[in-house]
Design a protein around this ligand. Structure first.
Ligand SMILES: [Zn+2]
Length: 283
C-alpha cells in the first residue's frame, strides 16, 4: 500500500487541545510552527518543497496537529500566485514525500469546508470558526456546524474467475477502473455497494468484504475500497454513469497494469485506491 496517496499523515491531530486557547496561542506564535498556504486546489511551494514558514500572525489558520519533532502544523487559505502548484499534479508526480502529500490532503479538505460553509445552514447568518478550525459556530441561532467527509464506495466484483471494471467517457482513452459511487443517507456500506453495482452495471452482489480506505481531497471524499461476489453475469450499463463496463480475465488485467495489453487498455494508477482493490481482487 506504500504508493497509495494521502494515507500516510504522521501528524498527531491532538484533538483534545483544539479548545485550549492558551495552547493554541503558543503554537501559533512559535517560530518553528509550520504553516501551509493553500489557494483552492493549489499549494504554495518553495522551489520543489512545500512552503511552511510561520511568516505572519495566524489567527485564521487551521490547526492540523503535531509532527514527530513536536512541531505544530497549520494551514491557511491565501490568494494564489505563480509559486503555487496543484495538489493533483503533486500527487501524480509523487514529487513530495508521502507524509507531506497526506498532510496536504487534510489541509485541502478542511480549508475547502470553511470556504464553502461561511454561512449558517440553519439561519443564513455569517458563522465563525471555532475549535482551531474543527467547528463553525453561529452566534445568531447558536447552531454548531462540523466538517464534512463524503463517503464513496469503490469496488471490484468477481464472477467465476473474471473481474468487473468500467470506464467513464471523460477518462483517458483505454483506461478502465473500479466502479464507484457516493453513499446515500441511511445506507450501510454494503447496501451502497450493492445499489451502485446494480445501477451502473446490472450486476447483483452477494458477499461484500472490506479492503482499505483512502481520503480523497477533491474536495473531501473518503474512498471505501471493497470486493464483492457477483450473483449474475449479464452486464446492463447505465449510460448516464458509464461509457462501458465488462468482465476481465486475470491475465488481461495484469497486462493492463504492466502496459502490455494488446488493445492498449490500462488500469488505475497506484496513487489511487482502485489500483489496490483490483490487485486485492486478483490476489
Ligand atoms: Zn444560525
Amino acid at each position: 500500500m506504500l504508493d497509495l496517496a494521502f494515507v500516510s499523515s504522521p501528524l498527531d491531530r491532538n484533538a483534545n487541545n483544539r479548545t485550549n486557547a492558551d495552547f493554541m496561542k503558543a503554537r501559533r506564535r512559535d517560530p518553528n510552527t509550520m504553516v501551509l498556504q493553500l489557494a483552492g486546489d493549489t499549494v504554495r511551494m518553495d522551489n520543489a518543497s512545500l512552503f511552511t514558514a510561520n511568516d505572519a500572525p495566524q489567527t485564521e489558520a487551521i490547526y492540523l496537529g503535531e509532527d514527530l519533532n513536536n512541531q505544530a502544523w497549520f494551514a491557511r487559505a491565501v490568494a494564489p500566485n505563480e509559486d503555487f502548484k496543484p495538489l493533483r499534479g503533486l500527487m501524480i508526480e509523487a514529487s513530495l514525500p508521502a507524509a507531506e502529500i497526506s498532510i496536504l490532503a487534510h489541509a485541502r479538505s478542511i480549508l475547502h469546508w470553511h470556504d464553502s460553509h461561511g454561512f449558517c445552514a440553519k439561519c443564513g447568518a455569517k458563522s465563525q470558526m471555532a475549535d482551531a478550525g474543527y467547528r463553525r459556530h453561529c452566534e445568531a441561532c447558536k447552531a454548531d456546524h462540523f466538517p464534512r467527509t463524503d463517503p464513496v464506495v469503490i469496488m471490484v466484483v468477481h464472477h467465476q474467475g473474471r473481474f468487473l471494471l468500467g470506464r467513464q467517457a471523460a477518462w483517458a482513452p483505454g483506461m478502465f477502473s473500479a466502479l464507484a459511487g457516493f453513499m446515500e443517507p441511511g445506507e450501510t456500506i454494503e447496501a451502497a455497494m450493492r445499489r451502485e453495482v446494480l445501477e451502473e452495471a446490472g450486476i447483483r452482489v452477494g458477499k461484500v468484504s472490506y479492503v482499505t480506505s483512502q481520503p480523497w481531497p477533491f474536495p473531501s471524499s473518503l474512498m471505501i475500497g471493497l470486493l464483492g461476489d457477483a450473483e449474475n453475469s449479464e452486464i446492463i450499463v447505465d449510460p448516464k454513469e458509464l461509457e462501458t463496463a465488462r468482465w476481465f480475465e486475470r491475465s488481461e488485467i495484469e497486462s493492463m497494469f504492466d502496459g502490455t495489453h494488446p488493445e492498449g487498455l490500462t488500469a488505475s494508477h497506484p496513487y489511487a485506491i482502485a489500483h489496490h482493490i483490483i490487485k486485492a481482487a486478483l490476489d
